[in-house]
Design a protein around this ligand. Structure first.
Ligand code: SAJ
Length: 417
């Protein structure tokens, strides 16, 4: 039994590795020739704890092999990116390209699973693209269980940083275009899955993935909106949330500098694009979360002015220290990070010195133009203004004594909380 995984990124490579670890013969496909060469050498091109060892062993055992264009297989798992376009809709061009690349290799009895986060209807669209390319084969939209090729949508739900654990343990939603597709996809995941397979149809499975991330986005927006309201009313938002969360049916999330990462800040837009009149709260939540970095930046500007007045220094003699750049705690991932965007804006606008602290980056990195990557202790003692952007563990040890005589903007509640 051979499974081909198309797209060897943050989801595809761990999936390929875990399948191979469980004895499946895996052909990984990626258009990036460097990634393919790296994997075939038994190494990895992304950062994910525990992944390197599994890939190394799978390649060594001959169960995982990477190539730049598809080859025949029994099943295909598509894990390519679905970015969003300038007008906030999904860009399905990677899925279409994958469909066109694998279509010539299809044969009767094949299973195709789409895992990429996708708007409702994408699996049916994928079936249409394949049917166009292969008029000699039948697909479940017209032939159901009797189709030559079966298709299912099975979203990934793993948390970056815990992928190797969650990939195996989390329950899995499986949305086939037919009952047979559901049965075949279940058999494939059961080669490694310890969680349950939850069966539904493709449209519901597509919406389930978008719903999970929108749920989190809406709840974070609620917390972020509270932080603005509390600032306006001179209330400590961290204390407020702690108190409210003592209610047995209230569980408010934490405000922050905005919502980052490649999923939660994107997926709700796919719902908004497909139901713009109905998805009013989901759209507003996105707007609330996207506004938060602007608001933090304004707070920092006011605080720099206040520090100049308080110290009698000229504004260009005020030292600003930004703590954290990653999109969330204890990772090195800077992509779509509100913390990075805020630090970049501060450094670009501030006429004095800006220092940035990111303990998860190598000391030689230069992540922000016009700012120096500095060690925590030095950056704190030199600072007039401290901007706390990420709740990395080392920042939790900062004491009030280290902040004496300084002003700060605390977006995560580590100091003010
Ligand atoms: N955040 C807050 N306040 C909070 C919680 C999070 O401001 O109380 C911010 C974080 O700082 C970060 C952003 O939200 O900037 C997103 O972080 P996250 O930890 O909520 O989620 P991700 O993006 O790392 O992973 C999410 C997960 N989805 C859910 O928890 C519903 C993960 O399970 C998904 O697999 C992943 O998206 C994905 O790939 O879709």
């Amino acid at each position: 039994h051979t499974v081909s995984v198309i797209g060897l990124g943050y989801i595809g490579l761990p999936t390929a590795a875990v399948l191979a670890k469980n004895g499946v013969n895996v052909i990984g496909v990626d258009v990036n020739a460097n990634a393919v060469a790296t994997i075939n050498a038994g190494a990895i091109h992304i950062v994910e704890p525990g992944l390197a060892d599994v890939v190394k062993r799978a390649v060594h055992d001959g169960l995982l092999r990477a190539v730049t264009s598809p080859e025949p297989a029994d099943a295909y798992v598509i894990t390519v990116p679905t970015p969003f376009t300038a007008d906030y809709d999904a860009d399905l061009s990677y899925i279409k390209a994958a469909a066109q690349a694998l279509a010539p290799h299809l044969s009767v009895g094949n299973l195709i699973i789409l895992e990429s986060t996708s708007p409702v209807g994408t699996t049916e669209q994928l079936a249409d693209w394949l049917a166009e390319a292969r008029p000699d084969l039948s697909f479940p939209k017209t032939h159901g269980d009797e189709a030559d090729i079966q298709l299912a949508y099975c979203p990934e739900r793993v948390l970056p940083g815990q992928v190797m654990h969650e990939l195996v343990q989390n329950d899995r939603v499986i949305g086939g275009l037919s009952a047979k597709a559901n049965a075949q996809a279940t058999a494939l995941y059961n080669t490694f899955l310890k969680g349950d397979c939850l069966l539904t149809n493709a449209r519901t499975a597509e919406m389930a993935k978008l719903t999970e991330n929108s749920f989190r986005d809406v709840n974070i927006a609620f917390a972020n909106e509270l932080s603005l309201i509390c600032d306006h009313l001179s209330i400590n938002v961290w204390e407020l949330i702690r108190l409210a969360n003592h209610h047995p049916r209230v569980n408010i999330l934490q405000p922050g500098p905005g919502v980052g990462g490649h999923c939660i800040a994107v997926d709700p837009w796919f719902i908004v694009a497909s139901a713009p009149e109905q998805a009013r709260m989901i759209r507003t939540a996105r707007e609330v979360n996207d506004f938060k970095p602007d608001w933090v930046y304004q707070q920092v500007q006011c605080t720099i002015q206040a520090a100049a007045q308080q110290t009698g220094k000229a504004v260009d003699a005020v030292n600003v220290t930004c703590l954290g750049l990653a999109f969330k705690a204890n990772i090195d991932d800077l992509r779509e990070s509100p913390a990075l965007a805020i630090a970049q804006r501060i450094a670009a606008a501030h006429s004095g010195t800006t220092m940035v602290v990111e303990p998860n980056l190598p000391a030689t990195a230069q992540p922000v133009a016009n700012a120096t990557l500095t060690a925590l202790d030095e950056a704190l003692s030199e600072a007039d203004v401290v901007v706390l952007l990420v709740d990395h563990t080392p920042f939790k040890a900062i004491t009030r004594a280290q902040l004496e005589g300084k002003l700060w903007v605390d977006t995560r509640g580590l100091i003010d909380g």
